[in-house]
Design a protein around this ligand. Structure first.
Ligand code: ASP
Length: 453
């Protein structure tokens, strides 16, 4: 893999992360300006037209990487580990930690929301609650039965992450059982894995423009004045997300891996920015994966499994939103859901986080399920809908941070982390040199063309 450890900075002298940050800031400014000067022409051709198109292209480009990247890196991971017992151990630890962090997250959210008490004295009048429909809770049994794909091609085509993970793992184990016969297959997977990582680098070079358009469009549509009526909800939610990210997760990281939280946060920043801009843990998988392997130093054999699994079943930020929203709406309606109600919310939010994919807005849909379970009117969602896109961006950044922390803890426990990479501030940084086709590759290509000719 091409970790550009000691390469000079790009000709522009700026790292990709810096460019993405500039794209975000510019997007915010342009979006807020357009929101204030909205005209039908601007809305149609600039906000929805140009920004919508570029943003969608960028999102699609990220999504197109997910399935092939997960498939080949996971095949390499399984074949590389070579030991089914170790695979089971990695899976078991990751699963327990994912459930544990989500439970901590929602517990914290509820305690904080009860202490701050957002929504007390709120006036529901004038809020349009039409068109909100509830979602019923999936049964635990259905969630688990759905992990086995009846048609793997369909699972791949629809990006069903849990089904893909299971199927690819079984194929990888079968390859291990075939032993020597699988060597060409293993080499092909390794090559495809390298190739896909290169494709990730190419796509990431477009990130500053994609991120600019996504953020500009969001703010042009939303504006910022929407926050005022539900400010207490927003403040409580943002505080809980920050405490979980900077305190809970970092204490866990330090405690279980001994690694420096400061360096860790710095290394996963690009993944957080992508998650923030796309509001999708799934679309961010390629970037989270690249950050933990090339920047943090986690071995592919662990990350290839824990990152896609986390993007699917681990949603700490989403659980926090559901906890805060439940307390907020209980206050708004003056309904006391009591300790059993809160315990139900914790159980439901953990279950919801396993059963739902990491795509934009799904947390709000799953909230209807949590609310109806504790007897709160689901129409209350109308109150927080207006700010949900921005809250979704923040909680998705926390979601993928949880994935990265658990991945790193599991890798450290298995001795599958390269500390030299972790401690090298430049490891895995992407710059413009990454797009250069090197001389050696050109020579190989020229030879191949010559021979064919
Ligand atoms: N957008 C979140 C994610 O992809 C899910 C949600 O809370 O809506 O992780």
């Amino acid at each position: 893999m091409t970790a550009t450890t000691s390469q000079p900075a790009s000709p522009a002298g700026m790292s990709l992360t810096a460019k993405i940050l500039i794209g975000m800031a510019a997007g915010l400014v342009v979006g807020v300006i357009l929101n204030n000067f909205s005209t039908p022409f601007i809305d149609k051709h600039i906000v929805d037209g140009l920004f919508g198109m570029v943003g969608k292209m960028f999102l699609n480009a990220l999504k197109m990487l997910v399935v092939p990247l997960v498939t080949f890196s996971l095949l390499c991971g399984v074949i590389g580990i070579g030991d089914v017992a170790q695979l089971g151990r990695v899976g078991g630890k990751a699963f327990v930690l994912y459930l544990g962090t989500t439970t901590l997250a929602i517990g914290l959210a509820i305690v904080l929301a009860v202490l701050i008490g957002p929504g007390k004295g709120f006036d529901m009048q004038g809020i349009d609650t039409s068109g909100i429909t509830g979602k019923t809770a999936p049964s635990v049994w259905d969630v688990f039965a759905g992990i086995v794909p009846s048609n793997p091609i369909k699972a791949f085509a629809e990006g069903e992450m849990l089904q893909i993970i299971l199927y690819v793992m079984i194929v990888g184990i079968a390859a291990l059982m075939l032993g020597k016969q699988s060597e060409p297959f293993a080499r092909a997977c390794e090559y495809m894995n390298e190739l896909m990582m290169k494709v990730v680098v190419i796509v990431m070079h477009f990130a500053p423009y994609g991120v600019f358009c996504l953020i500009a469009r969001t703010f042009a549509i939303q504006g910022i004045e929407l926050f005022v009526p539900v400010l207490a909800y927003v403040v409580t939610l943002v505080s809980a997300l920050a405490i979980h990210l900077f305190i809970t997760l970092m204490v866990l990281l330090k405690l279980f891996s001994g690694l420096s939280p400061r360096i860790f946060l710095e290394k996963i920043r690009p993944a957080q920015l992508f998650a923030f801009s796309t509001a999708s843990s799934n679309a961010t998988i390629p970037v989270t994966f690249r950050s933990v392997t090339e920047r943090v130093g986690v071995d592919n054999s662990v990350a290839s499994f824990t990152v896609p699994l986390g993007a699917t079943i681990n949603m700490d930020g989403t659980a926090i939103m559901q906890g805060v929203a439940t307390v907020f709406l209980a206050n708004v309606y003056g309904i006391d859901i009591g300790p059993t109600g809160y315990l139900t919310v914790i159980a439901m939010a953990v279950l919801a986080s396993i059963g739902t994919a990491g795509v934009p807005g799904v947390g709000l849909v799953m909230l209807t399920m949590v609310l109806s379970q504790v007897g709160l009117p689901i129409e209350g969602i109308a109150l927080i809908m207006g700010v949900d896109r921005l809250m979704d961006m923040l909680r998705t950044a926390v979601n993928i941070s949880g994935d990265a922390v658990v991945t790193t803890i599991v890798a450290k426990g298995e001795n599958k982390i390269d500390l030299a990479v972790f401690n090298d501030p430049n490891a895995g940084i992407i710059d413009d040199d990454d797009l250069v086709i090197d001389d050696e590759a050109e020579a190989v290509l020229a030879r191949a063309t010559h021979e064919r000719g």
